[in-house]
Design a protein around this ligand. Sequence first.
Ligand code: ADP
Length: 293
Amino acid sequence: MLEPELLQHITKLTQTDLSQAQIHPISGGDINAAYRLRTPQHQWFIKINRAALADMFAAEAQGLQELAVQNCIRVPAVIAQGQFGSQAFLVLEFIGLQGLRGESSSRMGQQLAQLHRIPQPYFGWYRDNTIGSTPQSNQRHHDWVSFWQQQRLGKQLQIAADNGYHGQLQKLGERLIIAVPLFFSDYTPQPSLLHGDLWGGNASADTDGQPVIYDPACYYGDRETDLAMTELFGGFNADFYAAYNAVYALDTGYKTRKTLYNLYHILNHLNLFGTGYLQQAQQMINQLLSELG
Ligand code: ADP
């Protein structure tokens, strides 16, 4: 349960009377404990973790705020964020959520394409964040290929080596990193604000059917990476892709690069959840290398 001292701290921080608040735990998150808080005036969604992860919540709050400013897709408003004693907390607007179906799928496709069409100034972001609980480096690059080589594939392969995954994975990984420019011979990505962790569990509709995204790992990068991730674990239907393409058509080379982009998440899963993802990662690299002939 939410500790009374923490609740008092949030009361002070938000200058809101929470003495009558009803608080219920919510299940479903991967990483954090979550609660729904209700007063007659407010409905909040509160995430709690160890104090050491306060910066992870700060980055999440900043991602949500930047997505909100673009005004394309609904995100929960950030109410408060910080740490108190041994705990880190993030307080968001609570949004009643339902599955992405019918009209809301097409709307999500349209709105994501609109977000991606807004030009951003460079690849990377103004701060680092996390993907799952893995550190994600967003060092600025003006060249997408070097960004993907160094800040994405290179970083996950290094973490994998630190976790003891040497040998074949590293050999294949090194070959692939050298080959990355070949996937961009006739395609020049432009920086877009990305959700960054857009699997089905991080996208829903509100009770009016308006799309909502949350739990982002934002940075400026190739929009194809967001699309690739929607395909990795399912949850997005044909209406979503049709609507996306109608607003901002994907390049034909996306079909090949999607594996290059999803490899990042599979390597991250290897690093977070273990050996179960090793074979899949190696298969993806082999497939990419074989497509280069
Ligand atoms: P975690 O970071 O622990 O994975 P999430 O942010 O993904 O947690 O939230 C876990 C679940 O809680 C989500 O899958 C979603 O169903 C629900 N949820 C997330 N944000 C909100 C919100 N602002 N309002 C209501 N429900 C939410």
